[in-house]
Ligand binder design. Structure first.
Ligand SMILES: [Zn+2]
Length: 193
């Protein structure tokens, strides 16, 4: 290196040298000799306003591998159909309301779910909003016998609630799986799944 080149703003053992610090007559040649990425780095550092300490062997850290995205809507819809939120084909439940520990098709862990009272709350909320307007409509339109109304709507309410409860629980499990709540996805992320 024949041209006396001063160090730039970078402290320490930085390899970047400003072309403007070189001797004026040698300056242009020095700029030409620089690798394209060095010129690019210099322009970026000049814009930022400072140089950071770097060594000759500086390597940018590889980006942390992001776990694969899990579409929440698709997982919740699969749960509504009582299917595994991961593969969409394995059955989610082993009995009326018992969620399987693992999916029999893809082996996905399902025992992490914590649906708790959520499905029951949603079932009452939705069924109530279906039944309440229906009661008004039937009463004011047909004026049926109160006993008939009470029995009919009780059976109707229970039937709708029993139909919706496991499906809403499946939806909750799907949401928790998609959002990696309560340990969902911990082992799969390590395995890369
Ligand atoms: Zn599955």
């Amino acid at each position: 290196m024949d041209a006396p080149v001063k160090m730039g703003l970078c402290p320490g053992s930085c390899s970047f040298k400003r072309a403007s610090d070189a001797v004026p007559s040698q300056g242009r040649e020095k700029t030409r000799d620089m690798a394209p990425q060095d010129s690019l780095s210099h322009s970026i550092f000049r814009q930022v306003g400072y140089l950071t300490p770097m060594s000759e062997n500086f390597q940018p850290e590889p980006a942390q591998a992001e776990p694969p995205e899990r579409p929440a809507r698709q997982a919740m819809f699969r749960g509504l159909r009582l299917k595994c939120p991961n593969c969409g084909s394995g059955p989610l439940m082993r009995s009326y309301l018992k969620v399987r520990d693992h999916c029999p098709v893809c082996g996905e862990e399902l025992y992490h779910h914590r649906a708790d009272d959520g499905p029951a709350y949603l079932t009452i909320l939705i069924t109530g909003h279906i039944i309440a307007p229906l009661i008004f409509f039937v009463f004011f339109t047909f004026r049926p016998d109160p006993l008939v109304m009470a029995v009919g709507f009780t059976i109707g309410f229970v039937a709708i609630a029993l139909f919706m409860l496991p499906r809403l629980k499946g939806m909750f499990v799907g949401l928790q799986w998609a959002k990696r709540m309560h340990g969902f996805g911990r082992s799969n992320d390590i395995a890369g799944g």
